[in-house]
Design a protein around this ligand. Sequence first.
Ligand SMILES: NC(=O)c1ccc[n+]([C@@H]2O[C@H](COP(=O)([O-])OP(=O)(O)OC[C@H]3O[C@@H](n4cnc5c(N)ncnc54)[C@H](O)[C@@H]3O)[C@@H](O)[C@H]2O)c1
Length: 448
Amino acid sequence: MTVTSLDKTAELLQKIESRQARIGIVGMGYVGLPLALLFSDARFRVTGFDIDSRKVETLNGGGSYIVRIPGTEIQLARESGFTATADYAEIAAMDVIIICVPTPLNEYHEPDLSYVTGTVSSLAPHVHDGQLIVLESTTYPGTTEEVVVPLLEKGNPAGLRIARDASSSGFYVAFSPEREDPGNDTVARRDIPKVVGGCGPAARDLASAVYKTIFNRTVPVSSPATAEMTKLLENIYRCVNIALVNELKQLCMRMDIDLFEVIDAAKTKPFGFQAFYPGPGLGGHCIPIDPFYLSWKAKEFDFNTRFIELAGQINIGMPYFVVENIIEAMSQQGKALRGSRILILGLAYKRDIDDLRESPSLTIIELLQKRGAHVEYNDPFFPTVGHGRKYALNMTSTPLEKIPEFDCVVIVTDHSQYDFPAIVARAKLVVDTRNATRNIDAPNIVKC
Ligand SMILES: NC(=O)c1ccc[n+]([C@@H]2O[C@H](COP(=O)([O-])OP(=O)(O)OC[C@H]3O[C@@H](n4cnc5c(N)ncnc54)[C@H](O)[C@@H]3O)[C@@H](O)[C@H]2O)c1
């Protein structure tokens, strides 16, 4: 008796529902590792794949390299069968494979899909009939259909093809964006609805069934491109609104109006307004990058995404604006930037996280150094820093006791463990880019 594809779809569904399906997560980073732990917690046997052998060793040793994930969580998962490996041959033993690898921009601000294509090319030889492959990496609409599927088909030695419905043989492919907000503990991960778009209804339903085991709600959409675009819309919405308040902050400073007070008043409106806050510039692996995936793709359709470009210009300019304000604040005190000592508070791109990708602090440090300042930093999450944005910084975190030695302290990241009244009391001059000193009345504070 031959096994039909309908049987295979039903079999995978049954394996998912009974927690017998083996889950492989490729990319054990900020997205992939928490996801692996969620599936492990839901009683699945999970294997994490990563090309970084140090991560693999740390995980197999029951350790963690992400601050907000304690080693005890990894140890618990290990006891439930979680293992990590760099060996792609183990892909063959998986029923579901979820790809969470980076999608950065290259030096020309264009999508760099090399991690996705590298991963998919490595997977392809091991993919088998009835397996489900889901891409979670943020990317432009069309990536799953135009890049992932052809690579999987081309690289499969058995000539296996994608199954677009339950009656065809082959593997299933879907896209489901990660929507986590690092450092935001107000919404439990399970409560963030999971958008799922499949290459055909069978892939969509299977992917939806997988995610239903760890998320309270899934949101099936008609195609992977719709799911890809959904993620970009969400991040472009943030990027454009942050640019708007960053621009308004510059205007409000000239008009001597406190924009933070304005936002607090505006957000009392019970409809039609969502509060976004200005800052020293965008950071992280999402908001500064993802919108440009769409602008790049839009050019294929003779289309210019003007909002994205304008928001990008404003947000990219913010570290420069901060530096101008530091120079101005110091000159008000009769000091030149060149030769002065500046302490940057906070390297992470936002409060209470250990991620400095695209962090505006790095740009601000480099701009200040270029203008002849002697710059140091403090960040409880980063005892040392190697590479900056453009060159090696090789710096060590300066203890806060040394604050009185600096001509200016710049609050770039408002980590909650900072005692701002104590910082202000000991600093000669404080430039605050986060409104962290909102409740402190002191003459040495300059807000920007
Ligand atoms: N970090 C976030 O908050 C966040 C939120 C939503 C979406 N995303 C998206 O999720 C994706 C992953 O982001 P991240 O923050 O987890 O990145 P990350 O850099 O923290 O982790 C990626 C991991 O993939 C591994 N890797 C790279 N190439 C590989 C390969 N060929 N095979 C196996 N492993 C490989 C890396 O070693 C790394 O451990 C990106 O597309 C990002 O845009 C991230």
